[in-house]
Design a protein around this ligand. Structure first.
Ligand code: FES
Ligand code: FES
Length: 159
């Protein structure tokens, strides 16, 4: 199948890529741009490991073709923090031990970041990661980490 030109701004960097119309966004991020922080688990839109921000919204990058998002702005976990620093949410994940194997973590961070950007009340925290599966932690440490940020406990941290 003939390749198509796709324009993407990923983590503030502009790219022009010739890609097969069949390629998923997760494949382009991982295989073409070497952004392997975005994980590929189920490839069916079920696990959330591949979640990225697409024009600010949390989207499962295995569920969209790269050609469908021509012109979009993408943020991956590599682009969350500014330079060597960490975002308040990343710091909170560290403080709360909100990961074990880490396979779900980038997707959790992206979903929770989009959720926190909407200024939620802490009672709704579960909704922020309802599309993300973790097979290790039992979720409590992840929920505590997100809640701490929602409650403003990391206001003076990170960027
Ligand atoms: S790899 Fe995309 S939702 Fe599981
Ligand atoms: S920390 Fe292992 S899947 Fe979540």
């Amino acid at each position: 199948m003939k390749k198509k030109l796709v324009h993407l701004t990923v983590n503030e960097e502009y790219h022009e890529l010739y890609i097969s119309p069949r390629k998923l966004l997760v494949e382009i991020l991982r295989d073409e741009l070497d952004l392997t922080g975005t994980k590929r688990g189920c490839s069916t839109g079920s696990c959330g490991a591949c979640t990225i921000l697409l024009d600010g919204a949390a989207v499962k990058s295995c569920s969209v073709l790269a050609v469908q998002v021509d012109g979009a702005k993408v943020t991956t976990v590599e682009g969350l923090a500014d330079g060597a620093g960490l975002t308040p949410l990343q710091l909170s994940f560290l403080d709360h031990g909100a990961f074990q194997c880490g396979f779900c973590t980038s997707g959790m961070l992206m979903s929770a970041t989009a959720f926190l950007n909407e200024d939620p009340v802490s009672e709704d925290i579960k909704k922020g990661i309802q599309g993300n599966i973790c097979r290790c932690t039992g979720y409590n440490s992840i929920l505590r980490a997100i809640r701490a940020v929602a409650e403003g406990k990391y206001e003076d941290e990170g960027r």
